[in-house]
Design a protein around this ligand. Structure first.
Ligand code: GLA
Ligand code: ZN
Length: 669
């Protein structure tokens, strides 16, 4: 909950006052007050200014900023300042810098280029964290902690000798001895046997395929190494300020960290959202990420820690946000369960790497369109304060799994033309078009309360979660299995007998072979209803072993073979879809599943209009309506008596929404 941080929703952004003279700080405070800012993320990249020489700390300027914040009634999401080590550290201790897979060491001059296993970095970060925590523990502006920044944003994997040594320690802990490593990595093949720990390396640059099991373990090891950086800082913060929440900001659809594992360690989930205004898919991807973030926090409200008020500067082409788009994105976040709308950054830089990145207060100043949009939004959020803390209820769970992402996209994979995220995303998209709220789940989630589980490309699954799924289905759950599911066990070994491995009896099918297709190739699937379906990318040779066949392949090498099956077990059912259906097939694939499970959408809306519901701590529910794209749509509300949650006015039963509009309505009691 956000209520121990600020009142109502949090609104503000990254504040980097070290770029400005102190007279500008006063102006900042006044304008923040005018905009309704109540929280700033402070000091994220301030290490060099807070520790200008090794061991000499200077917090005087930050004291003045913190005191000003108190004076102007703004809270600090204070950073531990460890996101970018100072140059003196990189120069004096070159081993602090990360090394790439070809052995090339990074140079300072940008940011976040440290090796996650560097003891020098770790020692410096811990010291800074402790100094800051002790110094500001009792400061009235301090409301929460922001550890580091977007861990692994720039350097996802370090391949240096320190990391190699730590990798060996990690492996020894996991496998006990070298035999375990040899066994798990299948090193009997290609003459890869390790006879001494010193031979074991990160998957560095080499002649051909690197060992996939070694890579999978390295992915896990790196995610764990970086996580241990977070945990080290968090432990210090919890010790010194036990009542304050600690976060670190996640990134959109980010492959390199196992966020499920990370989320267990984080007090409040926060993330940074940068939908590309030029990409028509960005609203759905953004919605997906919001739902993932809420799900990582077990349904608790999360923080939108950063978004852009306008353009970014890190894409090849950086589209502007036209009037209304930033408000749309903000309401989109709220509609998925966010309790904070924050930005990078408060005031637009004049110099440096982000001088062309937008900000809440742009170069054009307080008279700008952007600043007036910010101010208006601040006022709206204030009017909506009562919604803070409200939750989303979902009956559908969608599996999202980092092991599966890593393992199914190796260089040894059967296709490079079918990225992992496309699979969960396209199921998500169809659920969203039906206004069916959805949570992301992992094999560890308690999924007993869901009516439907969708398992898209759960490439890695162990026997244990599979047996939990069996009892869930027996008790009435409806499971929808997508293609490329359950190939490997948790050690990265192929399940004997074929996919879907431990789910084979539940699904009543066996996958014999798969047929990845080059982009642009299509094939036909027959549902026996006279409407053959054109599909692309991927198809599977499956055999029904107890399952009923609902659709067959209608051409090509699999002609006549099953394409979609259904298998009943106890009170539930498992459907297997062995290709990737487009949205046009969902009335024959997804709808029957939802119907069987008794799941209905929140509301019928015209295309491009999305509905969401947040249920308050007081039990009152609010309906969000968001309209994507240009134009106007009329939405018919189920009953009369809705009122606008911002201004309290009655709304008619037919509500007209304009371009990129967003409304929040109080539902009648
Ligand atoms: C990331 C970082 C910020 C800033 C923004 C710019 O999200 O966390 O420091 O660089 O990108 O979009
Ligand atoms: Zn390293």
């Amino acid at each position: 909950m956000i209520d121990d941080i600020v009142d109502g929703f949090a609104f503000g952004g990254d504040y980097n006052p070290e770029q400005w003279t102190e007279d500008v700080w006063i102006e900042d405070m006044k304008l923040m007050n005018r905009a309704g800012v109540n929280l700033v993320s402070l000091g994220i990249f301030s290490w060099a200014k807070l520790e200008p020489e090794e061991g000499r700390y200077d917090f005087t300027w930050l004291d003045r900023v913190m005191n000003l914040l108190t004076e102007y009634n703004i809270k600090a999401d204070l950073a531990t300042a460890t996101a970018a080590q100072p140059n003196w550290m990189s120069v004096k201790y070159p081993q602090v810098m990360a090394v790439d897979e070809k052995g090339l060491r990074y140079t300072w001059g940008s940011r976040q280029a440290y090796c996650p296993n560097s003891l020098i970095y770790r020692r410096g970060a811990a010291a800074m964290t402790r100094m800051l925590a002790e110094h500001y523990a009792a400061h009235p502006a301090l409301a929460m902690w922001h550890v580091n920044n977007e861990y692994a944003c720039h350097v996802q994997r370090c391949y240096c000798d320190t990391c190699a040594a730590e990798f060996r320690v990690w492996l020894e802990k996991r496998y006990g001895d070298l035999d375990g490593v040899n066994e798990t990595w299948g090193t009997a093949f290609w003459s890869q046997n390790y006879s001494d720990w010193a031979e074991v390396m990160p998957p560095r640059y080499t002649s051909a395929f690197r060992n996939p099991n070694q890579q999978l373990d390295y992915d896990r090891f790196m995610s764990d190494s970086i996580l241990s950086l977070f945990i080290a800082e968090r432990n210090i913060l919890h010790q010194v300020t036990p009542n304050l929440k600690v976060t670190t900001n996640f990134m959109p659809l980010f492959k390199h960290l196992d966020y499920w594992k990370w989320a267990e360690e984080i007090d409040i989930i926060s993330w940074d959202s940068y939908p590309d205004p030029h990409d028509p898919l960005s609203p759905v991807m953004n919605a997906f990420d919001h739902d993932l973030m809420r799900s990582l926090g077990a349904g608790k409200p999360f923080m939108l820690m950063e978004q852009a008020a306008g353009r970014v500067n890190w894409r090849p082409v950086n589209g502007m946000k036209h009037e209304g788009l930033m408000r749309f994105h903000s309401f989109q976040a709220l509609s998925h369960g966010a309790d904070a709308v924050m930005y990078f950054q408060w005031r637009q830089s004049r110099r440096g790497s982000e001088q062309f990145h937008s900000a809440m207060l742009p170069h054009a100043g307080e008279g700008s369109r952007t600043f007036s949009e910010i101010t208006r939004l601040g006022a709206e959020l204030k009017a909506l304060s009562a919604l803070a803390g409200s939750r989303i209820e979902s009956q559908v769970g969608l599996f999202f799994d980092y092991d599966s992402w890593w393992a199914s996209e190796m260089e040894t994979a059967v296709t490079a033309a079918y990225p992992y995220v496309e699979e969960p995303l396209h199921w998500y998209r169809s659920l969203r078009e039906r206004n069916v709220p959805v949570d992301m789940v992992s094999p560890k989630t308690d999924f007993s309360s869901y009516k439907v589980l969708i398992m898209p490309r759960m490439f890695v699954i162990d026997a244990l979660p599979a047996s939990r799924l069996e009892s869930w289905v027996e008790n009435g759950g409806v499971l929808l299995l997508g293609p490329m599911s359950a190939w490997l066990d948790g050690t990265g070994a192929v399940h004997p007998g074929g996919a879907p491995g431990p789910l084979r009896t539940l699904a009543g099918v066996r996958v014999e072979d798969v047929d990845p297709l080059p982009p642009g190739t299509s094939f036909s699937v027959d549902f026996g209803d006279g409407r053959p379906l054109a599909a692309r990318n991927w198809r599977e040779e499956i055999y029904a072993e107890g399952a009923e066949v609902l659709a067959v392949y209608a051409d090509g090498p699999l002609n006549g073979g099953p394409a979609v099956t259904s298998h009943t077990r106890g009170r539930g059912q498992t459907r297997y879809v062995s290709f990737r259906p487009g949205p046009e097939a969902m009335d024959r694939i997804l709808d029957p599943v939802l119907e069987r499970a008794g799941v209905t959408g929140l509301l019928e809306t015209p295309p491009g209009v999305y509905a969401a519901r947040r249920i308050g701590v007081d039990g009152r529910s609010r309906l969000f309506l968001l309209r994507e794209g240009e134009g106007r749509s009329d939405v018919r509300l189920p009953v009369e008596g809705f009122t606008d949650a911002v201004d309290g006015r009655q709304v008619g039963q037919v509500l007209s929404l304009g371009s990129w509009d967003a409304r929040v309505l109080n539902e009648p009691d």
